[in-house]
Design a protein around this ligand. Structure first.
Ligand code: FAD
Ligand code: EPU
Length: 288
């Protein structure tokens, strides 16, 4: 359903969020699709949440009262021309939008032979969401390929160098609801073959992950120990509540067998926390 037009021409529609999440769960909200800073600023003038690739979210079946902002237009375009800071060893890109899907970007970098982000292969995020939580694997993370960030905040837009922030395991210290609108990348000039080999190595660590509707790993690894192993050792693989199930393949993945509700996922998370004897920190977000 299309709602009244925004003053700046942002797309405003009431939509089911399940279509935007990899879990396939989520009720309705007012979705603002913005293509430039004027539209983004208008969208940020009332309570909002920023949605990326929806690959780390469990959204309530009742939907959300806040606006949900999606990045389109200029924030979903990719400029891979070499910036003036490039040299024979290093490629520094133009601006890459926060709304650009990461998998497609990585395919382009592989073709061009630019190395640095191979460790993020298989992360089904948008660039902005992946930067916000410094997504990655033991083979590398988003921080490894960043040169400059542009962030929209309620106080205005600022550009900064990644070295101005502390970065950690699944953490960037960018405050919640500060929006990564664009980034510039700094990558090593390599060859398509070498980049491809590194991606294959990182991707091979995913062989045990389920190819089903899921928001990825439920919990961060506590102190470097695999949360999946701990949940597995607690005997919870295959445990099912309604249509939500702890994957029999990898115990840190909750999968939607078809028609699962957010409540069913929450119930499995509670069960895991009760049964695993180690304090587990949630990796994905529960909205609200
Ligand atoms: P969303 O899920 O849309 O949002 C997550 C958070 O990011 C929210 O707080 C949201 O507000 C915020 N956000 C989104 N976009 C922006 C933006 N532009 N600016 C500021 N904040 C923003 N993660 C890993 O780290 N490593 C993995 O190996 C990995 N494997 C996965 C495999 C599968 C099959 C799946 C489904 C997920 C996996 N994940 C992995 C989890 C997920 O992909 C990451 O957490 C990713 O960073 C989420 O990005 P997103 O764009 O989908 O964000
Ligand atoms: N294991 C089990 N049982 C399970 C799952 C795992 O015994 O059910 C064991 C494995 O056999 C292995 C060890 O635990 O010996 C580690 O497992 P795996 O290699 O699958 O890695 P992980 O630590 O469980 C991490 C990331 C993933 C990332 C993979 C591959 C976290 C929370 N998880 O998983 O990231 O894709 O490595 O690089 O850091 C995500 O963050 O959403 C995510 C999927």
């Amino acid at each position: 359903m299309t709602l009244a037009a925004s003053l700046t021409g942002a797309g405003v529609e009431r939509l089911a969020l399940s279509r935007f999440t990899t879990l396939g769960v989520g009720g309705e909200a007012e979705v603002w699709t913005v293509g430039d800073h004027a539209q983004l600023s208008e969208a940020m003038s009332a309570p909002y949440r920023i949605l990326g690739g929806g690959s780390n979210l469990v959204i309530s079946d009742a939907g959300l009262s806040e606006r949900v902002i999606r990045l389109g237009g200029a924030f979903a375009s990719t400029d891979l021309t070499a910036g003036p800071e490039s040299n024979p060893e290093r490629f520094v890109s133009g601006w890459v939008g926060g709304g650009v899907p990461l998998p497609g970007l990585l395919r382009k970098l592989r073709t061009l032979g630019f190395s640095g982000l191979e460790g993020t292969v298989g992360v089904p995020a948008q660039v902005g969401g992946a930067v916000w939580m410094n997504a990655g694997t033991r083979f590398g993370e988003m921080f490894d390929g960043l040169y400059q960030l542009e962030i929209a905040t309620p106080e205005g837009v600022r550009q900064l160098s990644p070295s101005e922030l502390p970065w950690g395991y699944r953490d960037s210290a960018i405050p919640r609801n500060h929006i990564v609108t664009r980034v510039r990348l700094a990558l090593k000039r390599s060859t398509p073959q070498a980049v491809s080999a590194k991606m294959e190595e990182a991707d091979s660590a995913r062989k045990g992950q389920p190819k089903m509707k899921t928001p990825g790993c439920a919990f961060k690894n506590p102190g470097g120990v695999s949360a999946g192993r701990l949940i597995d050792e607690a005997g919870l693989k295959g445990c099912q509540i309604g249509q939500a199930m702890i994957s029999p393949q990898h115990a840190n993945f909750i999968v939607n067998l078809g028609g699962a509700s957010a409540e069913e996922v929450h119930a499995l998370l509670t069960l895991i926390r009760q049964r695993v004897g180690v304090k587990l920190e949630l990796e994905y977000e529960l909205w609200p």
